[in-house]
Ligand binder design. Structure first.
Ligand SMILES: Cc1cc2nc3c(=O)[nH]c(=O)nc-3n(C[C@H](O)[C@H](O)[C@H](O)COP(=O)(O)OP(=O)(O)OC[C@H]3O[C@@H](n4cnc5c(N)ncnc54)[C@H](O)[C@@H]3O)c2cc1C
Length: 435
């Protein structure tokens, strides 16, 4: 099959794919276990984890995954590409094992429209695909409207956000590497929610560490649309030790939304960002991480019910639009951080629930965890563990949350061990769904 082009994507989303909603109501279909066909939209972390664990739960069902790309590049670890500690190749996997070992039919295509009543999904090149159960994990979409003058074209050009690991990551690295001595880099961090809450600060930390060696008089300014962020105490602790954070000569500065840090405008020609506080900052490298919302496929098919994120039934992650459609990963409006770990846990919960439903059983009680790791440097890691226990309540978002974050330690070996845990987390996590 030939590559899916940018034109295909514009054709699909530019004109606004027609949403065939309004076909609500519980499905009365009965499934013969061996004949059920489960289709997945998106072969990223959520989609791939679902495919593998659905197969492990049930050897008989037919599983088809629709994904435009022949390979998937992990975002976890991609900040380290910027500092030269990781490579894009190492973070890129293919679908061979899912195909050969787990008997997943991977269709290289773009899913466009769901026919809820007919249980069919349209694709650009492969026509209509019928499903009994549909799992949607298209990741987020970037919402550029909040920064005047910034758009998808500039992101592909001279202002890469690199919030989806790939060619933009390499371009941003090249810009940082060739920044003039004593230059200024700006990172604009988005408001919540967005994928991987600590990642903008991890990115800043890795870049500052690299600049300390290669461009020691350069400055890194984080302009934030938030007033606080996860692991803030850890990052500031580390930056004070390594980058004079909070001092006159700090290498790294953070301007919170409370102090007017939100970036509202980009003058691409002059390389100037304007903040909500009215400050104009000229920079050599500008990295605007855009705001996010549910993936286009989900919004175009009415799954978000006019909102920015997709509402869901907490027990099974079934969509509110149709019970045979399940939504997982960054696109869902769950009371959980938008991380790969959560996406893969949701995938496992949904695989178990679908397997129960196919067998005519009541699905079990979901219990989701998030084991999140981040690094401020190669020798400083931090961890957060959160549990999300299904409450059965219909009010709220249906989960009771408990969170534990690693404490600041003055013992270098503790911080180093946590960094090793973070690195090992990435290695094992990548293997979980693609091998
Ligand atoms: C810099 C950075 C660092 C991160 N670090 C971590 C970390 O350390 N730990 C962690 O847990 N998480 C981390 N994350 C977050 C993690 O990458 C996401 O939460 C995770 O990828 C979400 O999985 P997903 O399946 O929802 O989306 P994705 O993994 O983005 O997959 C979506 C897939 O859907 C496909 N798709 C989209 N539309 C269609 C369509 N119409 N038809 C067919 N396919 C379609 C896409 O091509 C893509 O392959 C990080 C993110 C970033 C940006």
């Amino acid at each position: 099959m030939s590559q899916i082009t940018r034109r295909d994507l514009i054709k699909l989303f530019g004109a606004g794919a027609a949403a065939s909603t309004g076909l609500l109501g519980a499905s009365k279909q009965a499934y013969a276990k061996s004949s059920a066909h489960i289709v997945i939209v998106g072969g990223g972390i959520g989609g791939a984890a679902f495919a593998k664990y659905m197969r492990l739960a049930n050897a008989d069902v037919k599983i088809t995954m629709i994904e435009p790309n022949p390979q998937y590049t992990f975002c976890p670890g991609s900040n380290e590409i910027l500092s030269g500690h990781e490579t894009l190749e190492n973070l890129t996997v293919n679908y061979n094992t899912l195909k050969s070992r787990f008997n997943i039919d991977v269709v290289q295509d773009i899913a466009t429209e769901i026919n809820y009543e007919g249980h069919q999904i349209s694709t650009i090149r492969s026509g209509q695909i019928s499903y009994d159960k549909l799992v949607v994990s298209p990741g987020p979409d970037f919402d550029y409207q909040f920064v005047d003058g910034y758009d998808a074209e500039l992101a592909e050009g001279d202002f890469p956000h690199a919030w989806k690991a790939g060619p933009q990551t390499l371009k941003l690295k090249q810009q940082i590497d060739s920044m003039r001595q004593g230059g200024t880099m700006v990172i604009s961090a988005p408001s919540n929610p967005y994928r991987c809450p600590p990642a903008p600060y991890e990115r800043a930390s890795f870049i500052a560490n690299m600049l300390k060696q290669s461009n020691p008089t350069a400055k890194l300014l984080i302009l934030d649309s938030k007033t606080s962020y996860v692991f803030q105490n850890h990052f500031e602790h580390y930056w004070k030790q390594h980058h004079n954070f909070g001092q006159e000569n700090a290498r790294i500065e953070w301007v919170s939304a409370k102090k007017g840090g939100t970036v509202i405008k980009l003058d691409a020609a002059e390389k100037i960002v304007t903040t909500v506080g009215g400050e104009k900052i000229k920079a050599d490298v500008i990295n605007i991480i855009p705001e996010e919302k549910a993936g286009r496929f989900a919004i175009a098919n009415g799954l978000a019910l006019g909102k920015n994120w997709v509402p869901y039934e907490p027990k099974t992650f079934a969509s509110k639009v149709h019970p045979d459609v399940y939504v997982i990963g960054d696109t869902v409006d769950a009371p959980m951080p938008k991380t790969g770990y959560v996406a893969s846990n949701q995938a496992k919960v949904v695989a178990a629930a679908i397997n129960d439903l196919l067998a005519g059983k009541e699905p079990g009680t979901p219990f989701i965890t998030n084991n999140c790791v981040a690094m401020a440097g190669e020798d400083y890691g931090m961890t957060i563990t959160a549990t999300f226990r299904y409450t059965g309540e219909t009010k709220g978002k249906g989960f009771l949350t408990q969170v534990r974050t690693s404490k600041i330690s003055e013992n270098p070996s503790v911080n180093r061990i946590r960094a090793e845990v973070a690195k090992n987390w990435q290695r094992t996590f990548r293997k979980d769904m693609f091998s």
